[in-house]
Design a protein around this ligand. Sequence first.
Ligand SMILES: C[S@@+](CC[C@H](N)C(=O)[O-])C[C@H]1O[C@@H](n2cnc3c(N)ncnc32)[C@H](O)[C@@H]1O
Length: 260
Amino acid sequence: MRLKSLLQKLPLFSDKGDSVERTIKEKQRAQRKKEKIVIPNLRLSYAEATSQLLGKYDRATAMSLAVGGDYEFMGDALRVRLERFGLKEGDYLIDVGCGSGRLAYALSLSKYRDTIRYLGIDIVPAMLEFAVEKCQCPSWRFELVTDLRIPEADECADMVCFFSVFTHLMQEESFIYLREAQRVLKPGGKIVISYFDMADPKHWEIFESNVNSVRGRQSKPMDIFLSEDFLNVWAQKLNLEILNGRAPDCGQRTCILQKL
Ligand SMILES: C[S@@+](CC[C@H](N)C(=O)[O-])C[C@H]1O[C@@H](n2cnc3c(N)ncnc32)[C@H](O)[C@@H]1O
């Protein structure tokens, strides 16, 4: 009895000590809650998003969803577009952000299988592995990149494409990649970019759904919207000519640039 009353007089064991501790914990909890509300950026990396999909779906479905879905149909639609924009047999094509090989697979089933040189680069190893397995084209290169460089020499490529890649990069990162594309292209070579356009009414629904994701604090890969103004300025800065700022859509607006 005497020991208990003695202990209670010590701050560590007293009720007063308990309540101070409780108040501190409550304050910390409130602070954490506050911080959670004010942190705006919920950007989920592409690698994290891919591994979440792999945990949820079978591999082929996950690999399709990771690049936007409709693997075979959309892959072929992209191939047809590249052909329309000037891809020809004998060309060297660089596919930046090739993902799980949606475009590469369609090309591998076409006349281009043995007639083009191809380099696909991406930041997610699991997607590159899938692309290699799907295409079965030993002479094509699929490479992992960890920076914003295209691992190629100057002036060697005929075409560089970015399908739904600038959509997931900060504008500064896209500009660095565009400069890289300009560097690796032969004079007269073409760059194909697809992007979400802030001014396109068809893309507004996507923007609105992203607003709701941010509100609901859902973490997903970042979607960035661009506009013709951005591309006009970038083209001017990099000595590129915009051949067609409104080429046929492929779900996103497509812009074709040429190295002068
Ligand atoms: C929406 S997917 C499109 C994939 C492919 N271009 C297609 O249309 O099927 C975006 C791709 O960009 C890749 N990516 C994101 N950041 C990148 C970066 N800094 N360098 C290269 N690829 C990147 C992602 O890993 C993903 O594969």
